[in-house]
Design a protein around this ligand. Structure first.
Ligand code: ADP
Ligand code: MG
Length: 486
């Protein structure tokens, strides 16, 4: 497709994200919620929906959903009820899913992303509701049969539904990144798309640019990574444009992403869509959430990535780039918070974190939690550089590696024991300068004849005779005046 044709059209995207909650037990029973257990080991009669069993709401799920609602600036619904969504599938033992069709726990929220021009954009969140996961049909273990593992059946989910506010696959990628960051900061979901604890259905349509009316949408499922979501959306946008250009109509259907080919295939058409026969869940009482409860949850919430980003860029003067990278990972951001509690040199703290510390972690495949040096010690390291006791080069090349080996020592002690403390004492600097002048008479002559750029050469010599210990700032001044007064 030519760029010219492509640029006539505008893509419109809305995402439905399912997040598995990190609760200890399931949504409506006390069965254990864990990934990777022996198949069918966390399955009680409640999960199986045997006659006479009753669901019981997990309070923790409500709290987690409210956390997400607050983080997305949503309205929290005061009185909620539950609904049954009926369908028949081998991995759904009850024959229905308990969800919130009429009264989602959260409505009217927003998530902030960067748009294609790197500007802030608010993506509206239509609703967040609580529901339960289905079991898992496994087609690739037994050659003859499909196996069913019901451990996943009943694991609490929240579904986060966006308005069709996204305008490109890149924006969709950014949105998903922000949602994943939020659930991770809130510690309500591990955000792992490969293990399906975070899943995304993408709704995609295209229209002519400037059009007021959205095109026909297609829903794509089964993308198990952020990149695949982006790929599936790109594929669909092109497919829709090609159809429209040929004068054909985009069928309203559900499609499945095929990661091997990077394409999508039709699963079912909307005409054949399931009739879920929603009706109120008779076995669960309506749920009331009051302001006191919301305030209590709010008080316990951690700082959110966007708040930290705004603090770093607006109050601490960090670049957007640094602020984005630090807040990308909660542990990294918390580590940074601890360093800046001990130093006012916020920029140096960011440089250490994004430079030496991050490369050490990446190089050794470690997480922030495994980093041996404490934030306080990093702040001490910054302090002795700022005091002129060691240069940043020496700090990075000598002191930092020594701290990695033995993080119990103070940076100053290490610098002293390795004989790295800079000389800024005037008498000893003067001695070095005299030596440099005596040893380089030819260059001194040239300097006197106007080759002022030789200062760099003399400083190099000075670092050599001082074995790198001369404080360059103090020495530079003295060197110039010594040469100019010859
Ligand atoms: P369904 O229950 O069939 O999935 P919803 O009304 O819940 O339908 O919408 C699901 C998603 O589809 C939402 O995220 C919404 O933003 C998105 N959506 C609706 N219309 C369009 C459209 N024309 N193009 C792209 N996405 C759309
Ligand atoms: Mg849908």
């Amino acid at each position: 497709m030519t760029e010219e044709i492509r640029s006539k059209y505008q893509a419109v995207i809305g995402l439905e994200v399912h997040a598995q909650m990190l609760t200890k037990s399931k949504a409506y029973s006390s069965d254990v919620n864990e990934f990777g257990a022996t198949p069918n080991s966390n399955v009680s009669v409640v999960t199986l929906g045997h006659p006479g069993t009753l669901p019981k709401m997990n309070k923790r799920t409500i709290e987690f959903a409210i956390r997400m609602g607050i983080a997305c600036e949503s309205d929290i619904t005061e009185i909620q009820s539950f609904d049954r969504k009926n369908y028949f599938y081998p991995d759904l033992p009850k024959g229905y899913q308990i969800t919130q069709d009429r009264t989602p726990i959260c409505e009217n929220g927003r998530v902030y992303i960067k748009d294609d021009n790197d500007q802030d954009k608010a993506i509206r969140i239509t609703r967040i509701h609580m529901e339960e996961d289905a079991g898992k049909s496994i087609h690739d273990v037994d050659v003859h049969d499909t196996l069913v593992d019901l451990n996943r059946a009943g694991i609490p989910l929240i579904e986060i539904v966006s308005e069709p506010d996204l305008r490109s696959s890149h924006e969709a990628y950014n949105y998903l990144t922000e949602v994943r960051k939020l659930v991770r900061y809130l510690e309500i979901c591990d955000g792992n798309m490969e293990e399906s604890s975070l899943r995304c259905d993408a709704n995609i349509s295209v229209m002519l640019k400037g059009s007021k009316e959205y095109g026909r949408r297609v829903e794509v499922k089964n993308m198990n990574s952020m990149r695949n979501v982006q790929k599936a959306i790109e594929f669909e946008i092109n497919r829709h444009i090609e159809l429209i250009e040929k004068g054909e109509i985009v069928a309203q259907e559900t499609r499945s992403f095929d990661a091997l080919n990077g394409s999508t295939i039709s699963m079912r058409s909307k005409e054949a869509a399931n009739d879920y026969r929603f009706f109120p869940e008779p076995d669960l009482l309506p749920l009331t959430v009051d302001q006191k409860q919301i305030d209590a949850i709010k008080a316990e919430m951690p700082a959110l990535p966007r708040d930290l980003f705004l603090k770093y860029t607006q109050k601490l003067g960090l670049s957007e780039y640094d602020a984005y990278n630090i807040t990308d990972n909660k542990d990294l951001a918390l580590f940074y918070e601890e360093i800046i509690a001990e130093t006012k040199n916020h920029k140096a703290a960011a440089n250490w974190l994004m430079g030496d510390i991050k490369s050490y972690l990446n190089h050794n495949g470690l997480e922030v939690a495994d980093f041996p040096i404490s934030p306080k010690t990093i702040a001490e390291l910054i302090a002795i550089i700022d005091e002129g006791k060691i240069s940043s080069t020496v700090a990075s090349q000598k002191v930092f590696p020594a701290l990695i080996e033995d993080a119990s020592k103070s940076p100053l002690k290490i610098a002293e024991s390795m004989n790295l403390i800079q000389d800024s004492d005037e008498d000893s600097l003067q001695e070095y300068i005299n030596e440099v002048i005596a040893n380089n008479s030819a260059e001194v002559e040239r300097y006197k004849n106007g080759e002022k750029q030789l200062t760099g050469f003399f400083m190099g010599q000075l670092m050599k005779v001082s074995k790198g210990k001369a404080d360059p700032k103090a020495a530079n001044q003295l060197m110039r005046s010594a040469l100019d007064n010859l």
